[in-house]
Design a binder for this molecule. Sequence first.
Ligand code: NAD
Ligand code: ISE
Length: 335
Amino acid sequence: MTVKIGVIGTGAIGREHVFRLSRKIPGAQVVALNDVNISSCESINSDFDLDAKIFTDSHELIKSDSVDAIVVASWGPTHEEFVNSAISAGKFVFCEKPLAVTAEGCRQIIDAELTGGKRLVQVGFMRRYDQAYQQLKKCLQDNTIGHPIILNCAHRAPHAPGFGGDMAITDSLVHEFDVLRWLLDDDYVAAQVILPRKTSLCDEGLQDPHIVQLRTRQGIHISIESFVNAHYGYDIQCQVVGEKGVAALPEPASVQLRELGKLSHEILIDWKDRFVAAFDQEFRDWIQSIKAGKANGPSAWDGYVVAVTADACVKAKHSGQFENIDLPPRPDFYQ
Ligand code: NAD
Ligand code: ISE
């Protein structure tokens, strides 16, 4: 069986996803494209030698009989509308983060899925599919370092063009918010944000870096440095301090060089290179789950928890205080 996919949003990541779905993922075929910028759909068809139907109306693409499942990779504020429309059409939908730009929007998507009685939504939290994070999780599950007590993490990017306001939290750190609760099998109860001296090497008026501190139900303390204009590279760190040892994400593989009086190895620059294998695996699993008839990746509930966490962090950034993260009980549907 081939899963016929319609992609909404063919900008930077939409284009990447079309490429991987049509060239790398068995059992998937991109049959439909939509973007407010029609020329980006046309260039995808010609660059990747596809014959996907170009829809000028996203909702027509979602309803089309020729489309089995939808990928939403348009701008964040449009996601909620398209995901709800896919649920109404009874179709599987993969939605890039954020699921919705407000926690209330995520909650309404959950309600729609619950009413339909079937899990249809997967959110694009691809770090769960990264081998390095999976190895770290296995180490914790095997109890190799005892109970985790403290996490020291960093999310550093070379530059953040177009980032304003609280986007370092709402656009980038959302990946940590998802992957760390998955890693620990835990949830957050409170957040505080510390604002160090600003780097001079970023747009005027932007606060960068931030230190986000999270406390979990189990009492684990998490500290995440978010530094999105760190210049030197794209560097994701996660170190777990346990009762009897320390476990950390392995560094991405790179040749170690001894030359000209130096010992060195490269640091990645682009998040796409760091997580390319994770994106591939995320879509392999998504296609398998569609064939099995039940979405099983990061769910609408996970998208909601991340939105609530991001809201608390933004509030904490402005208040300077610890802010509570209040979550309702998780519906059994998402267990
Ligand atoms: P982008 O601006 O390059 O592309 C977005 C595309 O959506 C554009 O081509 C735009 O024309 C189109 N679009 C906007 N409104 C639309 C509408 N109403 N209908 C149809 N098309 C519409 O942005 P991007 O970097 O590709 O990001 C897209 C989404 O993917 C964002 O939500 C972003 O947060 C997410 N993203 C996720 C990751 C990740 O690591 N998982 C990485 C990058 C981006
Ligand atoms: C980008 O939007 C992403 O989602 C990347 O994965 C992230 O690491 C990067 O910092 C964001 O800007």
